[in-house]
Design a protein around this ligand. Sequence first.
Ligand SMILES: *Cc1c(COP(=O)(O)O)cnc(C)c1O
Length: 386
Amino acid sequence: MEKRILLSTPHMGEQELEFVKEAFDTNWIAPVGPHIEAFEQEFCQVTGAGYAAAVSSGTAAIHLALQLIGVEPGDEVLCSTLTFVATANPIIYLGAKPVFIDSDRTSWNMNPDLLQEMLEYRAHIGKLPKAVLLVHLYGQSADIDPILKACNQYDIPLIEDAAEALGATYKGRSPGTFGRIGIYSFNGNKIITTSGGGMLVSDNADLVAKARFLATQARDPAPHYQHSEIGYNYRLSNVLAGIGRGQLRVLSERVAARRRNFEVYQQALGNLPGLEFMPEASFGRATRWLTCLTIDPQTFGANREQVRLALAEQQIEARPVWKPLHLQPVFAECEYFGGTVAEDLFARGLCLPSGSNLTNEDLQRVISAIAAVHKNTIPTQTSLCI
Ligand SMILES: *Cc1c(COP(=O)(O)O)cnc(C)c1O
């Protein structure tokens, strides 16, 4: 049996185990311990964020962020449509309503013109949203400046879901650090992982202190257990923070490896008719967390699903680009603003195996399998010509 090539798997460095061992040796297995504080500080150094709170997942960080902004039942939150469901679920946890916005073609992220238009219209009818939740997809930053400008114009806080974009840049800075609050994920398939975990960042110290408070059951300062607010059990464990510290030290290597995967794929497949790789917008540097491409079935000779299934047959995992949230049954009742860009990216988009631990042989197997799908379609085309 050939080895199965997966989309994106954990890739540990040299130091994670030492940090974990330190946690064991000092019995800081729980609760909040010194690795957590160090991880938060080191995360701020790497991203340029002001303050950070380590939590149990990216989803938990989004939930806290929305609550800290004051999102309440009935409020509306404008949200990128092309993303993983975890972006929008916390809007529902709080009883609020997501309103989804389409992507642009340059970055595949929220279209700033659509946002501006939407906010103008909403201001006109006196129904402004409570927050904007902006996603940075597949390791590429959205065009933050015009989005921030539109938000500021109407005094609406921006929350950035940078779960997939740690290590990327926007005009030289880290996406996730521009809005009121940013969040990151250390889930197993992300560019670095703590097996599960997340980070909430902000330049506002009070917001981050409040996030830590809410993430530890909202316990008031008192010798007994006293609570004046409802909190959550959302803090990261000290053991996992140790893994995170090790992973942060290899982040730039992980970015380089994923960018290299992209280049190898693009060099080998970029000239095949009907294949188009996800563009890198001029305003930033993408991590290529996942290498994504779109397939034009007419010119390539096979559609996205045919390519995906051909890869699956060769024990290669590839996945369609995120299904836009406005097309998800669970959000069928939600409002949507935009055209068909995200829908088209979903219909034609495929994510290739992209782990930083892929070998050259792995990459070559994926390349050959895709090239073979194209080649097998040529006889039909020639017979048509005859
Ligand atoms: C992974 C991911 C999340 C959720 O992070 P978890 O740590 O898995 O909860 C949120 N948003 C996006 C865009 C993601 O890719």
